[in-house]
Design a protein around this ligand. Structure first.
Ligand SMILES: [Zn+2]
Length: 135
């Protein structure tokens, strides 16, 4: 996980490539569960992707009720193989405007406050070019 977390500190997302099946595993794994062999190398992937599935929660992790709902999505990045999603928060979007397949991009913490954790990505927001100009 070192290369992955170090990459996050630099504002980059890395996965592990398995040369046997040509998949890039994100979040990275040292072992390819399809080929039963160690993965080969670190590969940088985009910090853009799409929403695979999502849920809207009005309850915080400590069970208190939230004024603003939290939208949690399974995010599939551009680049890695399909079905390689991980969970993260969505932001800058109303729950009723979220849809499956929506194109999104990572919003990173300030460089100086990154700590090499998945939370260095604050949330994913809709990609701007996806918004229609009419109306
Ligand atoms: Zn493999």
């Amino acid at each position: 996980m070192g290369g992955f977390l170090g990459g996050l500190r630099e504002g980059k997302i890395y996965g592990r490539e398995c040369k046997e099946c040509s998949r890039i595993l994100v979040p990275p794994r040292v072992f390819c569960e399809e080929c039963f062999r160690p993965t080969d190398r670190w590969v940088q992937v985009a910090d853009t992707g799409k929403v695979v599935t999502y849920s809207v929660s009005y309850v915080d992790t400590d069970a208190t009720r939230l004024e603003e709902p939290v939208i949690v999505a399974v995010v599939e990045l551009d680049g890695p193989s399909r079905n390689m999603g991980f969970m993260h928060r969505l932001g800058e979007v109303d729950p009723e405007h979220v849809n499956i397949g929506m194109k999104i991009q990572a919003v990173w913490k300030d460089e100086t406050s990154r700590e090499g954790a998945i939370t260095d990505i604050v949330y994913f927001r809709p990609r701007r070019e996806e918004r229609s100009e009419d109306g």
